[in-house]
Design a protein around this ligand. Structure first.
Ligand SMILES: Nc1ncnc2c1ncn2[C@@H]1O[C@H](COP(=O)(O)OP(=O)(O)O)[C@@H](O)[C@H]1O
Ligand SMILES: [Mg+2]
Length: 275
C-alpha cells in the first residue's frame, strides 16, 4: 500500500502528518513503514532522522533514485542503500531527501519517475509506503502519481483554497483515489470546533467533494507540543490518535483503537425487563 500526503500549500502539516501516520501504523499494526521524503526542504527526513542527520547529507537519497530512473537504470540497489532506520522506531525506515532534489523541479521532469522507482524497489507485502510531498507542483504531482490513496491536509485559511483546489485537480487528473481531506491546525476552543464543523459541513456540500464521495476526516488538532517534536518518541498529542485511527480505517478497513460501543439504553432496559 502506497499513500501520499499531498498539498500544494506549504505549512499545512504534511510532514507532521506523514510522520504521525508512520508512527501510528508501526505502533498499532506492528508492520514496517517506509517514508519517502519527496521535498527538498526535508521535513520528513528531519522529523524522522533528526536535524543532525539531515545536515550530514550522507549517502544516496531520493534524488539519486529518481535520477537513476531518469537515466533508465533500475534503482533497486540505490533504494536499499538509501534506506535509513529511524532512531525513534525500528519499524520505520526513511528514504531521505536532500537539497539536490530541487534540480528535478520543472515541467520537463517525467512525473512517472517515482512510480518506476517503486516498481523496482524491494518493498514487502505488509509494508506501508508513505510519500511526503512538497508544495512544488513537480513533486506533488509525482507523489500523487506513485500512490494508491491520497490524503490532503487543509487549513481553514482563505489563502489555502486555491492550492488545495489545484491539488484536488492533480489527483483527479491522475485518476487516483482520495483517502480524505484532513482539516489541520484546528484549535481546541469551543468556538473553533464549532467553526470547523460549520466549515466541514459546507465543504461536504460542494460539488467537488460531495459529487465525488470524498470524505472530510476528523481534524488534526492544534497542539503546542507538536512543534517541539517530543511526540516522536513519546505519546501522541491529545486528539491525534482519533484522527490517525480514521486514516487507519481508510487504509486497512478496521479500527486500530478500541471503539466504545454505543449501547442503546432503552433497548437494554427493555430487554432486561423482558428477561
Ligand atoms: N497540529 C499542529 N499543531 C501545532 N503545530 C503544528 C501542527 N501541525 C503542524 N504544526 C507545525 O506547523 C509547521 C508546519 O508543519 P509541517 O508538517 O512542516 O507542514 P508542511 O509539511 O505541510 O509544510 C511546523 O512548524 C509544525 O511543527
Ligand atoms: Mg513538509
Amino acid at each position: 500500500m502506497v499513500i501520499t500526503i499531498a498539498s500544494m500549500k506549504g505549512g499545512v502539516g504534511k510532514s507532521t502528518l506523514s510522520t504521525m501516520i508512520a508512527k501510528f501504523i508501526a505502533e498499532e499494526r506492528g508492520t514496517p513503514v517506509t517514508v519517502i521524503d519527496l521535498d527538498p526542504q526535508r521535513g520528513a527526513t528531519i522529523l524522522l532522522l533528526g536535524a543532525r542527520y539531515a545536515k550530514q547529507d550522507a549517502g544516496p537519497g531520493i534524488y539519486e533514485i529518481l535520477q537513476s530512473e531518469h537515466d533508465n537504470i533500475p534503482s533497486t540497489e540505490l533504494f536499499n542503500q538509501a534506506l535509513v532506520v529511524s532512531p525513534y522506531k525500528e519499524l520505520i525506515r526513511v528514504i531521505p531527501s536532500n537539497a539536490s532534489l530541487a534540480q528535478l523541479r520543472g515541467p520537463e521532469t517525467p512525473r512517472e519517475l517515482l512510480s518506476l522507482a517503486l516498481q523496482d524497489a524491494p518493498i514487502g507485502e505488509d509494508e506501508t509506503v508513505i510519500i511526503d510531498t512538497s508544495p512544488d507542483v513537480t513533486f506533488c504531482e509525482m507523489g500523487i502519481m506513485a500512490s494508491d490513496k491520497i490524503f490532503i491536509p487543509i487549513t481553514m485559511s482563505h489563502q489555502s483554497g486555491v492550492p488545495t483546489l489545484n491539488t484536488l485537480q492533480a489527483v483527479m487528473y491522475a485518476e487516483k483515489e482520495i483517502g480524505g481531506l484532513i482539516p489541520t491546525l484546528i484549535g481546541r476552543a469551543k468556538w473553533q470546533k464549532a467553526r470547523v464543523e460549520a466549515w466541514r459541513e459546507s465543504l461536504m456540500q460542494t460539488d467537488l467533494v460531495k459529487g465525488r464521495g470524498i470524505d472530510v476526516l476528523p481534524a488534526m488538532p492544534f497542539s503546542h507540543s507538536i512543534p517541539s517534536g517530543k511526540w516522536r518518541w513519546g505519546k501522541l498529542p491529545k486528539g491525534c490518535p482519533e484522527m490517525l485511527d480514521a486514516i487507519y480505517v481508510k487504509l486497512f478497513g478496521e479500527h486500530a483503537l478500541v471503539v466504545e460501543e454505543v449501547v442503546d439504553e432503552t433497548v437494554l432496559v427493555e430487554g432486561m425487563v423482558a428477561a
